[in-house]
Write a protein that binds this ligand. Structure first.
Ligand code: DGL
Length: 280
C-alpha cells in the first residue's frame, strides 16, 4: 500500500530492457520503494535517432509516468539522458509539472570519475547518439578538466543484447572490434565507463578484450548510490515516493517478448503489461 494517498512509485525509463540493469542495482540499494519500469521497446533502439525524435519519445514516456502518479522519474538510458534530459528539466518541467523531478544517469557516473582513474585517461563506450552528444566529455571535463576522455560508438551492441546474440562468434567479433578501436585511440585508458545501460550484460565478453588493469565501471551501482543520497537530501521528494517494495513493468511492445528478454537481466519471473505512448 502506498504510504499516503499522493505518494507514488518512482518511474524508471529506458528505450528497452537495458535500464533493467539500473533498476536491479537501485532495488538492491533501495528495496523499500515502489517502482514502475517503462521500456519503449517498440521504438528501440534510440541510439541512432536524431535529437528531436529522442527528445519527443522521452518526453512522452515521462508524461506517461507522471500520469500514473510518479513524482520522480529516472531516465535509466544514457541516450535519453544525453539528448533529452536537459530540455525536459529546463523547458518542459516548469510548464507541465513544476513539483516533479526527472534525473538522468550521466551526471552521477561522471561527477566522481576522478576517484577511479590514476592515469587520468578515461574511455567511454556508448551508443552513437550518446557519443555524438559529447555529454560524457562535457560532464567529465566540468568536474575534472585534467582528465582525457576518448569515446567509441558501438551501434551494434544494443541489438546484440536485445536479440541475445552477444555470445555468438558474430557478436564477439563486434565486441572485440569496438574495444580495440577505443584502446587504439588511447592506450593509456585505465577506467572504462559503460555509457549505455545495456552494456553491463556484455561485461564478461568485454573482459576478454579489455586489459586486466582497467577498471570497468558499473553504472547501476553508481546511480543507485546517488539516488539514495538524493532522496536523503530531498526529504520532501522522499515522502512522495511510496514504499511498498513493488515493481510494475510496462512495455510499448509485446509483453511476452519483454518478459523473455528481461530474463537475461533479472533473476526472477516478472509480469509485464502493454502500454501505448504518444497517443494524445
Ligand atoms: N540503454 C540505452 C542507453 O543507455 C540505449 C539503448 C538504445 O539505443 O535504445 O543509452
Amino acid at each position: 500500500m502506498p504510504a499516503s494517498l499522493s505518494s507514488a512509485p518512482i518511474g524508471i525509463f529506458d528505450s528497452g530492457v537495458g535500464g533493467l540493469t539500473v533498476l536491479k542495482s537501485i532495488r538492491k540499494e533501495l528495496g523499500q520503494y515502489d517502482y514502475i519500469y517503462l521500456g519503449d521497446n517498440a521504438r528501440a533502439p534510440y541510439g541512432p535517432r536524431s535529437f528531436e525524435v529522442i527528445y519527443q519519445y522521452t518526453l512522452e514516456a515521462v508524461e506517461k509516468l507522471f500520469s500514473m502518479g510518479c513524482h520522480l522519474v529516472i531516465l535509466a538510458c544514457n541516450t535519453a539522458s544525453a539528448k533529452a534530459l536537459r530540455t525536459i528539466q529546463q523547458n518542459d518541467l516548469p510548464k507541465i509539472a513544476p513539483d516533479k523531478r526527472v534525473l538522468g544517469v550521466i551526471r552521477p557516473t561522471t561527477e566522481n570519475i576522478h576517484l577511479y582513474t590514476q592515469s587520468k585517461h578515461v574511455g567511454i563506450l556508448a551508443t552513437y547518439g550518446t557519443v555524438k552528444s559529447d555529454s560524457y566529455v562535457i560532464e567529465i571535463n566540468k568536474f575534472s578538466p585534467d582528465i582525457v576522455v576518448s569515446q567509441e560508438a558501438c551501434p551494434i551492441w544494443v541489438p546484440l543484447v536485445e536479440n541475445n546474440e552477444y555470445h555468438t562468434e558474430g557478436g564477439k567479433y563486434f565486441i572485440q572490434k569496438h574495444v580495440e578501436a577505443l584502446f587504439n585511440k588511447d592506450p593509456k585508458i585505465d577506467t572504462l565507463i559503460l555509457g549505455c545501460t545495456h552494456y553491463p550484460i556484455l561485461v564478461n565478453e568485454l573482459k576478454k578484450f579489455v586489459p586486466d588493469h582497467v577498471t570497468i565501471l558499473s553504472q547501476g551501482e553508481i546511480v543507485a548510490g546517488q539516488l539514495k543520497d538524493y532522496l536523503k537530501r530531498h526529504p520532501e521528494m522522499d515522502a512522495k515516493c511510496s514504499k511498498g517494495g513493488t515493481i510494475q513493468y510496462l512495455t510499448t511492445e509485446d509483453p511476452a517478448s519483454f518478459q523473455e528478454k528481461a530474463g537475461i537481466f533479472m533473476d526472477e519471473k516478472i509480469e509485464v503489461k502493454h502500454v501505448e505512448l504518444g497517443i494524445k
